[in-house]
Design a protein around this ligand. Structure first.
Ligand code: E4P
Length: 216
């Protein structure tokens, strides 16, 4: 499963990239607003930190506007992936940009049928939002497994990019049901390494090692 970082925090992305845990990056208008940075500038800088796709989202709501913005964003760097909302206009823009070989990420997906439409329109990625479904007491993970089944039934190549991931359990479940990619905030990715028995075991090993008086 590919790991994308859902952030515009350059230091945090770089830290994870140095460890080898960054296959790409996703952003959205809220993340960009939180960064307080110029949109195109920050996307250009993120694109230098990874060879993988960096999702940059359009803000127009009509297809023509989205296509125009998508072409502008795509000029920032070769690894920019144009993120489009799952509306009829977004799907139309996805179809046009995909035919121009522009990588596309169709976002704000909350149903299997929406994912089916994105695949039919040639999306490179579909972004189903797990956490936001869980927030309203629906089953976000069921959406991921439904889309997996549907895409496999018909051999769609659109990659399932599990988004709105809030905790380690979401990551594990995504891997179990076969999401192609998961995108999570840096803190969630860093937390995956934590286990109380790892800490306890390491402390005991180091204590015993000290009694040997040796060095490596
Ligand atoms: C994905 O591309 C989105 O930016 C993100 O995962 C949304 O997460 P949230 O629901 O925690 O805001």
């Amino acid at each position: 499963m590919k790991f994308f970082v859902d952030s515009a925090d350059l230091a945090a992305i770089e830290e994870l990239a140095d460890i080898g845990l960054v296959d790409g990056v996703t952003t959205n208008p809220s993340i960009i607003a939180k960064s307080g940075r110029d949109f195109k500038e920050v996307i250009a800088e993120i694109c230098k930190l990874t060879d993988g796709h960096v999702s940059a989202e359009v803000v127009a709501t009509d297809a023509e506007g989205m296509i125009e913005e998508g072409r502008i964003l795509r000029k920032i760097a070769n690894n920019v992936c144009v993120k489009l909302p799952l509306t009829m206009d977004g799907l139309k823009a996805c179809n046009t940009l995909s035919r121009e070989n522009v990588p596309t990420n169709v976002t704000l997906c909350f149903s299997p049928n929406q994912a089916l439409l994105a695949a039919k329109c040639g999306a490179s990625y579909i972004s189903p939002f797990i956490g936001r479904l869980d927030d309203i007491t629906l089953d976000g993970m069921e959406l991921i497994s439904d889309i997996r089944l549907i895409y496999d039934n018909y051999g769609y190549e659109t990659e399932i990019l599990a988004a709105s991931i809030r905790n380690a359990n979401h990551v594990k479940e995504c891997a179990l049901v076969g999401a192609d990619v998961m995108t999570a905030p840096p803190a969630v990715i860093k937390g995956l390494a934590n286990h109380v028995l790892t800490d306890k075991g390491l402390a005991a090993f180091l204590k015993d090692w000290e009694t040997t008086g040796q060095s490596i």
